[in-house]
Design a protein around this ligand. Structure first.
Ligand code: ADP
Ligand code: TZD
Ligand code: MG
Length: 590
């Protein structure tokens, strides 16, 4: 209640005759602004990522005055990405606030991306006069935002009356985090924010969401079926996805993996759930285990394009592999191939049930299978080690990444943000992760532009140092937020892998005309100067040693730093490691 704006109504105004009792009973009032803030705070949401403007500027000022953390960005997409990754890191919906029409649209990409990745987020946008919007009479920033948001998120709501703010915010929170998490849009017309109501009634109208993501217990028969399939395996494999990282049941997952003795793969953002250096990790034998396993247990990982849809060249002969899948979303089952044992429920409950049902005499997988994997792993690790040691000049991706791998090894609790093509694919393979939810990247869509939004939120939500390894193209999508990083003085070190372009910096215009080729940028650009422009530290490096020194120093000092790392423009390959997805021109095919 003390956070309510209490305005005293002037009861003796205007010479109106009023009774003594009325005179004494002065009404405390509140308004839409304060009810929104109170509703968020009541539910433990204490940070807003935003870009200000009409009609939310005052809301943001009041939120800060009421003790909320308000982080203003330079573009809504970055604020939205920050909110989305805050949701992944905390299991609470991250909140992004924007102005109407263009601000809303700028935030929408991040909302759609959050939904695609199953991360809880709420995009709250101010909107203009309903009556004018619906008659299309041309209001300031007019747009039917609710209708536009609906197909791009998990749920969308609009609140028209101050007394509904409590229930509206509660619905948004529950929709975002229950079941399969996702993005929620909440439309707040400007008029709502100014609505006034009795403060006590307002306080009563607020809703603290009880058990926002209730446990979903798997059926015992589903657990038994899964165990029967697993027991039949000669060459079992566990795949951990970012749903497993999100669930925050790290100890249970580790217990299941270790009790079973089954080799495991971790999807990109699940890396570190168990250390990549764990003896059961099959990361360095990925293609072998995908092809040769006979039973695959998926935990919070979808059989989408990132796993080649569970079929084709990457996998074994059709019919030779069985899948067990743990997921909270029943409709995920059989999305690409038959799931022999669907286990529907929350990962914590499912993993605990499996563990209990396994008993104490679980037989480890056949020694032959483990030996096959070990051999492959050793060979691949040795091959990689020699590439990482190469001290090529100019640096290639591997020689640079070899040192950044050490930076993370020395600081296992630091957070790694990563985007680009070669810069992403190679860093994912080279840099071992040691703790859960420390690797944040382009996710399910492979979207560029998440870098600075993720870096800001990672620093704000965890207080840990952040290392953002960015392709020069990828960085450009959110690069202006270096000002935000400096403004809030966040412990973020950005490393730009500067190869003068997208994938490579060597393309030329075949016509010899004045325009450069579509994939290249200004040669030898000095991104480090961008950081210096806002008071941060800028460093230009050309050797692995310089890179290691600059990054270590930045990670230890916590000062906003941008390291411009010069990478051989010829070193990259087309589309990183997913060149196979490029359609081939019938005319230029080799
Ligand atoms: P990756 O890209 O790492 O393979 P995906 O995003 O494809 O991971 O898959 C994550 C899966 O995890 C989604 O299908 C989602 O429904 C599921 N999921 C998310 N949170 C939970 C949870 N708490 N319990 C069960 N499943 C979850
Ligand atoms: N736009 C968006 C929003 N997402 C995308 N994934 C792309 C465009 C296409 N794209 C990629 O898939 S990677 C990439 C683009 C533009 C940039 C690759 O260049 P880079 O990395 O400099 O970041 P490397 O190290 O040069 O390969
Ligand atoms: Mg590049």
């Amino acid at each position: 209640m003390n956070s309510m704006a209490v305005k005293e109504r002037d009861a003796s105004a205007g010479g109106v005759e009023i009774s003594k009792a009325d005179d004494m009973q002065q009404h405390a009032l509140t308004d839409g602004f304060h009810l929104v803030i109170d509703a968020l705070k009541l539910n433990g949401i204490n940070t807003i990522y935003d870009v200000p403007g009409i009609p939310i500027s005052d809301l943001l000022r009041m939120a800060q005055a009421e003790g909320m953390r308000v982080i203003s960005f330079r573009h809504e997409q970055n604020a939205g990405n920050a909110a989305a990754i805050a949701g992944f890191l905390t299991k609470k919906p991250g909140v992004c606030m924007t102005v109407s029409a263009p601000g809303f649209l700028n935030g929408l990409t991040a909302l759609a991306n959050a939904t695609t990745n199953c991360w809880p987020m709420i995009l709250i946008s101010g909107s203009s006069e309903r009556e004018i919007v619906d008659l299309q009479q041309g209001d300031y920033e007019e747009m039917d935002q609710l209708a536009i948001a609906k197909p791009l998120c998990k749920a969308a709501f609009r609140i028209l009356h101050a007394e509904d703010i409590g229930i509206g915010v509660a619905r948004a929170i529950r929709a975002a985090v229950s079941g399969r998490p996702g993005g929620v849009y909440l439309d707040l017309p400007a008029k709502l924010l100014g609505q006034v109501m009795d403060a006590a009634a307002g306080q009563k109208s607020l809703v603290k969401v009880i058990d926002p993501a209730p446990a979903q217990i798997p059926a015992p028969s589903a657990i038994q079926r899964a165990l029967d399939v697993l027991k039949s395996a000669k060459r079992p494999l566990i795949i951990l996805g970012k749903g497993a990282a999100y669930a925050q049941v790290d100890d249970e997952i580790r217990a299941l993996v270790e009790k079973s003795g089954i080799p495991f793969l971790q999807m990109s953002m699940a890396k570190g759930l168990l250390p990549d250096t764990h003896p059961q990790s099959a990361g360095a034998a990925r293609s072998t285990v995908l092809k040769q396993s006979d039973v695959v247990l998926l935990i919070g990982a979808r059989l989408n394009w990132l796993l080649s849809h569970g079929k084709g060249k990457t996998w074994g002969e059709p019919g030779t592999q069985k899948f067990i899948q743990i997921d909270i979303e029943p409709r995920e089952m059989d999305s690409n191939v038959e799931i022999a044992a669907p286990v529907v429920g929350d990962i914590g409950s499912c993993v605990s049930a499996l563990l209990a049902a396994m008993g104490n005499n679980w037989a480890p997988p056949p020694a032959e299978w483990i030996a096959t994997i070990s051999e492959k792993k050793e060979a691949n690790i040795a091959k990689m080690a020699s590439r990482l040691k190469k001290n090529s000049m100019p640096m290639d991706f591997h020689s640079a990444l070899g040192l950044l791998r050490t930076v993370i090894k020395e600081r296992p609790d630091a957070i790694l943000v990563n985007e680009g093509a070669n810069t992403l694919d190679l860093a994912r393979g080279v840099i071992d992760m040691y703790q859960p939810r420390k690797r944040l990247d382009v996710g399910t869509w492979g979207v560029m532009g998440i870098g600075m939004g993720f870096a800001v939120a990672a620093a704000v939500e965890t207080g840990k140092p952040v290392l953002a390894i960015e392709g020069d193209s990828a960085f450009g999508f959110s690069g202006m937020e270096v000002e935000t990083i400096c403004r809030y003085n966040l412990p973020v070190c950005i490393v730009i892998f500067n190869n003068n372009g997208i994938y490579k910096g060597t393309d030329v215009n075949p016509t010899g005309g004045p325009d450069v080729a579509p994939m290249v940028f200004v040669k030898d650009a000095r991104y480090d100067k961008m950081m210096e422009a806002f008071g941060g530290v800028g460093v230009h490096v050309t050797t692995p040693d310089e890179l290691y020194r600059a990054v270590s120093e930045a990670m230890d000092s916590g000062k906003p730093t941008l390291v411009n790392a010069v990478i051989d423009p010829a070193a990259g390959s087309e589309s990183g490691n997913i060149g196979s997805l490029n359609p081939q021109s019938a005319l230029t095919k080799k």
